[in-house]
Design a protein around this ligand. Structure first.
Ligand SMILES: C=C(O[C@H]1C=CC=C(C(=O)O)[C@@H]1O)C(=O)O
Length: 418
């Protein structure tokens, strides 16, 4: 997979974001994109995005991208904008730093970054409570073990929970993105979200380790993750966690469902598809994951076919994978809708961009918070299979909150709390 283009451009700071016209940021080790809105929002649901993208993308100027966020629910409206792209990483970094330091939305003062992060005044509420989440996991495990009288048997459901963090002042999403920045194994993002007229602007801010789909010409790449364990401060204990994860039949099974689903969807479109037989370890600053690098070459390289299989169309085809939904897809989505009390919105959807040729990069919107005013709602999920333990899945979701809790400057409670 070739590296993303990093055409140079002057590092001029952009004007501060106005509500309703917020830029999109995607910033990681291999790629940076800051997109300033050029036009209206494309709100098509995922199921219709392929067709809309095929018509819209060829009209884009060379430096323009269609960028933004897809919600978890395939039938809900996406929030994509045609943007003028800045792809020079240094310029993107300078812009984020600048935005983090100015008071665009009465942010937390930047001096907090240099003070102890524990000086901020936060209140944290688990929604649902950890006990209620464990009870939902237990119900889900029972369903996974039941043999259905009719219909498809359920194999995996990803169940999410949320923490509501309330600050004493409005949050600046760029400040938060800046603080999420130290981990080279994740992609940081700030994506503006739709809000009702009169409401404060809202963003999805996160640092995701999981690539849903990238496409360059006819080359496609998907890097699903599933199967997780927290990294620990003690290096040998942490290595033991990683080894236990690799040896865990439960995590390997959870992972296989995701790889199989992606391979099944990409195979008919590809003349070659390389699917490694075993996952490898993928580390972020706070978590271990099992990951598989799936690489393919699209069957038909004609301009017409490539327009139909844009990175956006392919991302919309794969979403939601069993890394965030479950398997089989329909009954898993039904189960999680019944068991999760807080709607997911744009969590566990996708964030990314697509250019005029259909090339682009889409990541699963994980390890994130919906930020609006003084509130940040954090989301984390875990893949539940028949052998899952409710306590272990609650601990896993708790560990997945850590990166965001640290970035917010919350006094991070122990792993067995919250
Ligand atoms: C659903 C999430 O993680 C997914 C990605 C990696 C590992 C996962 C797991 O082990 O369950 C999940 O499939 C989340 O972070 O909210």
């Amino acid at each position: 997979m070739p590296a993303l283009s990093t055409a140079s451009a002057p590092a001029t700071p952009a004007p501060r974001p106005a509500p309703g016209a917020s830029p999109v940021l995607l910033h990681g080790q291999h790629a940076s994109l800051l997109g300033r809105p050029l036009g209206p929002v494309l709100a098509a649901p995922a199921a219709a995005l392929g067709v809309q993208a095929a018509a819209l993308l060829p009209t884009l100027a060379p430096q323009a991208r269609l960028a933004g966020a897809l919600p978890f629910d395939r039938t809900a409206a996406s929030h994509l904008q045609v943007v003028q792209a800045q792809t020079n990483p240094a310029a993107v970094q300078a812009w984020v730093q600048n935005q983090a330091e100015i008071s665009s939305t009465s942010p937390l003062p930047v001096s907090n970054e240099r003070q102890s992060p524990h000086t901020l005044d936060w209140s944290l509420t688990a929604e649902p409570s950890r006990a209620a989440y464990e009870a939902s996991v237990a119900r889900c495990v029972q369903r996974l073990r039941d043999v259905p009288a009719s219909g498809e048997a359920l194999h995996k459901v990803v169940l999410a929970r949320t923490l509501l963090a309330q600050a004493s002042q409005a949050l600046n999403p760029w400040w938060l993105a800046q603080r999420l920045g130290a981990d080279p194994h994740v992609l940081r993002y700030v994506a503006p979200l739709p809000v009702a007229a009169g409401d404060a602007p809202a963003w999805l801010v996160g640092a995701t380790p999981e690539r849903l789909l990238a496409r360059r010409g006819r080359q496609v790449l998907s890097e699903p993750l599933a199967g997780s364990a927290p990294r620990l401060a003690d290096a040998s204990a942490s290595r033991a966690q990683a080894e236990a994860l690799q040896a865990s039949a439960k995590d390997q099974q959870e992972h296989r469902y995701v790889v199989q689903a992606i391979a099944d969807l990409l195979a008919p479109l590809c003349r070659q598809l390389r699917v490694p037989p075993q996952p490898t370890l993928h580390a972020t600053a706070t978590m271990w994951h099992l990951g598989t690098r799936i690489e393919g070459e699209l069957r038909d390289p004609s301009p017409h076919a490539l327009a139909q299989t844009s990175s956006l169309a392919l991302a919309a085809l794969l979403h939601p994978t069993p890394a965030v939904g479950g398997t089989p897809r329909a009954p898993a989505l039904q189960a999680l809708a019944e068991l999760e009390p807080v709607p997911r919105g744009f969590y566990a959807g996708a964030v990314g961009w697509c250019d005029a040729h259909g090339d682009g990069d889409w990541h699963v919107s994980l390890r994130c918070a919906r930020v609006q005013g003084a509130r940040a709602r954090l989301f984390a999920g875990a893949g539940i299979v028949a052998s899952s333990s409710p306590q272990a899945e609650a601990a896993e979701t708790r560990a997945k909150f850590n990166a965001m809790l640290h970035a917010l400057g919350v006094r991070v409670p122990p792993l067995d709390a919250l």
